[in-house]
Design a protein around this ligand. Structure first.
Ligand code: NCW
Length: 447
C-alpha cells in the first residue's frame, strides 16, 4: 500500500449550489429564477422534478454544517441565489434573503470552516431573463451590483469568491443545446452570452480590487480532456475542437485576452461570431487570484464528418461510465492540469468540483457506494501526480456534499457523499463520506 501525502495546508472541501439544495423557493421574499420557471415547465426536467423543496437546506443550516464539521473539511463551497438578494435582479435589496447567508456563513466560521462563495451557479432572476437575460449587456452591470452588495456585506467573513460557475454550461448547454434553463437553441446567442459572462467576471474582479476586499477571487470553468484517437491530422483537429469549445474558448480570453483563432474560424463556418466591443478583452483579462477547475470526464476523439457540432466523435473504448453516463477518465485529470499550467502559467488552482454520480441507496442504514470511493481514489491519485509535477494546487472540493436536484436530471441522479431521502429529507452519510473523512484527517491518500 502506498501513502501519498498532500501539501501542508491543503484545502480539503466539498461543494453545493443554491438551487440544487436550498428549496424554500418562495420563502422570505425570494424572487423567481430561470430555474423555477424551467423546472415548472412540463417536459424540461426528468419526472417533472423541481427545486421547490430540494434538500431543504434553507431550513437546515445547523444539520448541514454539523455534517461538514464531522467530515472535517477546511472549506465549503456554496452559491448564493441572486433572487434571494435582489428578487428582481436589481432594485430593492431583500434583507431576509441576505440574512440566510449571514446565518450560514456565521455557522461555518463558528465551525472553523472557510466559506468559498460562488456568486453565480445558474439561478438568474427571471425578471432579468424577461429583459433578455445574459444576452442583454445590461445584465452584466446588474450582476456587478449584486456582487458588490455581497462583497460589502461579507467583507472579512468570506475570503474566497468565485464569480461564475461553468460558463460553458451557462452559454452552450443552456442557450445553444437548450438542455438547461432558459433552454434557448441559438448559437449566436450562446456565444454572446459566453462573452457577457466573461465580461461580468472581469468587471466583478475589477470591483473587488477597487473595494480593496480582503481575500481572493477567481472563476470556475468546467474543463474536459479530449485526446485524438490517432495522430491522423483529422483526429487531432477534431479533438482540438472538442476541447477548444469547452476549455480554450473561455480560458484564452481570461489569460491571453483573445478567443482561440481555430474556434473563431469554426464558429464562423457555423454562422456565428462573438460581438466584441473595444475595451472588452482587456476587462476580461483581469489578473485573477486562482483558477477553479471542475473536472469530471474526458474522451478519445476521432474525426467524423457531420458528427455533432465539431465533426468529432468519442471513441467507444470500453471505459467504465458513472450512472449519469459520463466516461471515467482519471488520467485526463492529470493531463488537463499539467496542460493548463503549460498553457496559462503558474496560476494557483483549486479543484472546485470533481465527483461521481452513483445511485446507490440506503440498505440497513448504510450506503455502500464503493464505486464512488474508487472514482475519488483514482482522481486523487492523478491530482497527487499533478502536484508532484509542479501544478500549483491549493485545494480540492468534491461534488457534492449531498444528493441534490441534478438540473435536467431532477432527483434521478445522485452525486452526494451524503444520501438524501427526498421524501423524508433524512441525510445518511455514505461509505464515501467516511472514506473522505480519513483522507482529510490524515491529509493523505492510501492506494
Ligand atoms: S450538470 C453539470 N454538473 C453537475 C451539477 O450538479 C453541478 O451543478 C455542475 O457544476 C455536476 O457538476 C456540474 N455539468 C454539466 C455537464 C454537462 C454535460 C452534458 C453534455 C450534454 C451535451
Amino acid at each position: 500500500m502506498q501513502k501519498l501525502i498532500f501539501p501542508e495546508h491543503f484545502q480539503w472541501g466539498t461543494a453545493t449550489a443554491s438551487y440544487q439544495i436550498e428549496g424554500a423557493w418562495n420563502a422570505d421574499g425570494r424572487g423567481l429564477s430561470i430555474w423555477d420557471v424551467f423546472s415548472h415547465t412540463p417536459g424540461k426536467v426528468k419526472n417533472g422534478d423541481t427545486g421547490d423543496v430540494a434538500c431543504d437546506s434553507y431550513h437546515r443550516i445547523d444539520e448541514d454544517v454539523a455534517l461538514l464539521q464531522k467530515l472535517g473539511v477546511k472549506v465549503y463551497r456554496f452559491s448564493v441565489a441572486w433572487p434571494r438578494i435582489y428578487p428582481e435582479g436589481t432594485g430593492t435589496l431583500n434583507k431576509p434573503g441576505l440574512d440566510y447567508y449571514h446565518r450560514l456563513v456565521d455557522a461555518l466560521l463558528a465551525a472553523d470552516i472557510e466559506p468559498f462563495c460562488t456568486l453565480y451557479h445558474w439561478d438568474l432572476p427571471q425578471a432579468l431573463q424577461e429583459k433578455g437575460g445574459w444576452d442583454n449587456r445590461e445584465t452584466i452591470d446588474h450582476f456587478v451590483h449584486y456582487a458588490e452588495t455581497l462583497f460589502q456585506q461579507f467583507n472579512g467573513k468570506i475570503k474566497n469568491w468565485i464569480t461564475i460557475n461553468e460558463p460553458w454550461c451557462v452559454s452552450i448547454l443552456s442557450n445553444y443545446l437548450g438542455a438547461h434553463a432558459p433552454g434557448n437553441q441559438d448559437l449566436q446567442m450562446a456565444l454572446d452570452i459566453g462573452h457577457h459572462l466573461l465580461l461580468a467576471h472581469g468587471k466583478t474582479v475589477q470591483r473587488f480590487r477597487q473595494l480593496n476586499m480582503e481575500g481572493q477571487i477567481g472563476i470556475a470553468p468546467n474543463v474536459s480532456w479530449n485526446e485524438p484517437y490517432s495522430n491522423r491530422e483529422e483526429d487531432v483537429a477534431a479533438a482540438r475542437r472538442m476541447r477548444g469549445a469547452c476549455n480554450e474558448w473561455f480560458l484564452d480570453p481570461l489569460f491571453k485576452g483573445s478567443y482561440p483563432d481555430f474556434m473563431v474560424a469554426w464558429y464562423q463556418k457555423m454562422g456565428a461570431s462573438v460581438n466584441i466591443q473595444p475595451e472588452d478583452m482587456a476587462i476580461i483579462q483581469q489578473p485573477i487570484d486562482f483558477l477553479g477547475i471542475n473536472y469530471y470526464t474526458g474522451s478519445l476523439v476521432t474525426y467524423k464528418q457531420g458528427e455533432g457540432d465539431y465533426d468529432g466523435e468519442d471513441v467507444e473504448e470500453g471505459r467504465e461510465r458513472t450512472d449519469i453516463g459520463w466516461n471515467i477518465y482519471p488520467e485526463g485529470f492529470y493531463n488537463v492540469l499539467t496542460w493548463l499550467t503549460e498553457q496559462y502559467g503558474d496560476v494557483p488552482i483549486y479543484i472546485t468540483e470533481n465527483g461521481a454520480c452513483y445511485n446507490d441507496e440506503v440498505q440497513n442504514g448504510k450506503v455502500a457506494d464503493t464505486r464512488r470511493i474508487a472514482y475519488l481514489q483514482k482522481h486523487l491519485l492523478q491530482l497527487h501526480r499533478a502536484i508532484a509535477s509542479g501544478v500549483n494546487m491549493k485545494g480540492y472540493m468534491t461534488w457534492s456534499l449531498m444528493d441534490n436536484f441534478e438540473w435536467a436530471e431532477g432527483y434521478s441522479k445522485r452525486f452526494g457523499i451524503v444520501h438524501v431521502n427526498f421524501e423524508t429529507l433524512v441525510r445518511t452519510p455514505k461509505q464515501s463520506f467516511e472514506w473522505y473523512q480519513q483522507v482529510i484527517a490524515h491529509n493523505r491518500l492510501e492506494v
